[in-house]
Design a protein around this ligand. Structure first.
Ligand SMILES: Nc1nc2c(ncn2[C@@H]2O[C@H](COP(=O)(O)OP(=O)(O)OP(=O)(O)O)[C@@H](O)[C@H]2O)c(=O)[nH]1
Ligand SMILES: [Zn+2]
Length: 355
């Protein structure tokens, strides 16, 4: 049986009274979301659970659907275990609405700390930082700004001062993310019962910081095998990490996707326009700039007129943004389908009565 200490290691606030449970029920935290179920953690082990139809499709819309970070009660007698009810959320981090019908996507709930990581290299972009901070503002989640790669930057002092004066109420650390001593202000905020998330663009240093917080090198692959409560091996995606400092870190795919939402313009100092101009000279109008004959971009890369590193980086961000946009669209479609089903059900009930 998990103890209060075990639950604290996955973020149950110290001293918070436990909910009343019926015989056999268990308090768990949602750590991952899949097409047809959830990963839940009881402080000792992870397992799969599903939520009964009514619970997911309930008429309150997206905001009351179970999300990563939610505390929930499960009935483990079923296989997979069934979610019985959600406990009220303390707070949540969500991504705003995009199109007309696109509702809101919850990234994670019940958070204490959001660390926004930004590199003191090409990643440095105060406006983007501001956008991340705007997501956090007003949620009650404490923000911390990490300016990474300070060990590689010549004018750390000036850049740090710039960020500090723009955000006087938020702690700013300018550090080497690999430096275990430098992250003390973060570990101090992630003691037992506390939950953190890392936000920031690709390459900012989130994985590096995560590894330093873990005190070990965690593999980039996210699937690990864990024992569930019946002693079986289950493969779960590891989106909640227990930290040596006593608290935990949520690192779910949803958090990762926040890197770029699919709605943002990739800030590129006119690089996209430069590419577009070059591409006008490609032989084929729909050139993918891969191995097509007469590709002007490939030619520019070969001649050195176009910087290959910069190009590769740009393409990486672009494909990330595309993937995020596709996922957002899939989400949108599912939300619309649910709405249609609900509307149809209501019409049937109106016509034939509930049965
Ligand atoms: N010198 C130095 N290198 C760093 C620092 N932080 C990150 N790096 C390096 O920068 C590169 C990218 O860092 P990651 O930690 O993988 O970045 P990330 O934010 O996890 O990127 P994604 O996984 O794409 O989201 C790696 O090669 C790191 O070793 C730092 O503070 N100092
Ligand atoms: Zn081309």
């Amino acid at each position: 049986m998990p103890t209060p200490h075990d639950l604290g290691s996955i973020g149950w606030p110290p001293g918070q009274p436990f909910p009343d449970l019926e015989a056999g029920q268990q308090l768990v935290r949602i750590t991952g979301q899949h097409r047809n179920g959830f990963d839940v953690h009881d402080g000792l082990a992870s397992r799969r659970a599903h939520s009964p139809r009514g619970m997911v499709a309930d008429s309150h819309g997206v905001s009351t659907r179970p999300a990563v970070g939610d505390w929930t009660i499960i009935d483990p007698a079923h296989t997979p275990a069934a979610l019985v009810r959600l406990l009220p959320r303390r707070n949540l981090l969500k991504r705003g609405a995009a199109g007309e019908r696109y509702q809101q996507q919850i990234l994670a709930t019940n958070l204490d700390l959001a660390v926004v990581v930004m590199g003191l290299d090409g990643d440095f972009n105060p406006r983007r930082l501001q956008r991340y901070l705007a997501l956090i503002a007003g949620t009650g989640i404490e923000p911390v700004i990490v300016l990474s790669k300070a060990d590689r930057c010549e004018n750390t002092g000036a850049l740090r001062a710039q960020i500090e004066s723009a955000h006087p109420d938020i702690p700013v650390l300018a550090i080497n993310c690999k430096d275990a001593d430098a992250i003390a202000p973060i570990t101090a905020r992630l003691g037992p019962g506390r939950t953190g998330v890392l936000l920031g663009s690709s390459g900012a240093g989130k994985s590096t910081l995560t590894n330093t917080l873990m005190g070990t090198v965690r593999q980039k692959t996210s699937a690990v095998r864990e024992h569930d409560s019946r002693g079986r091996h289950t493969t779960t995606s590891r989106s909640l990490l227990k930290l040596p400092s006593g608290g935990c870190l949520i690192d779910s795919p949803g958090m990762r996707e926040l890197k770029l939402t699919g709605e943002e313009v990739v800030e590129d100092d006119g690089f996209a326009a430069e590419l577009e101009k070059l591409a006008a000279d490609c032989r084929f109008r729909d050139c993918k700039h891969q191995a097509e004959p007469g590709c002007a971009i490939q030619a520019a890369l070969e001649s050195g007129a176009l910087d290959r590193d910069r190009y590769d980086h740009f393409r990486k961000l672009e494909s990330e943004r595309e993937r995020a946009a596709q996922q957002r669209d899939a989400l949108l479609r599912r939300a619309e389908e649910r709405q249609l089903t609900r509307a149809l059900n209501h019409r049937l009930i109106d016509k034939h009565g509930r049965r």
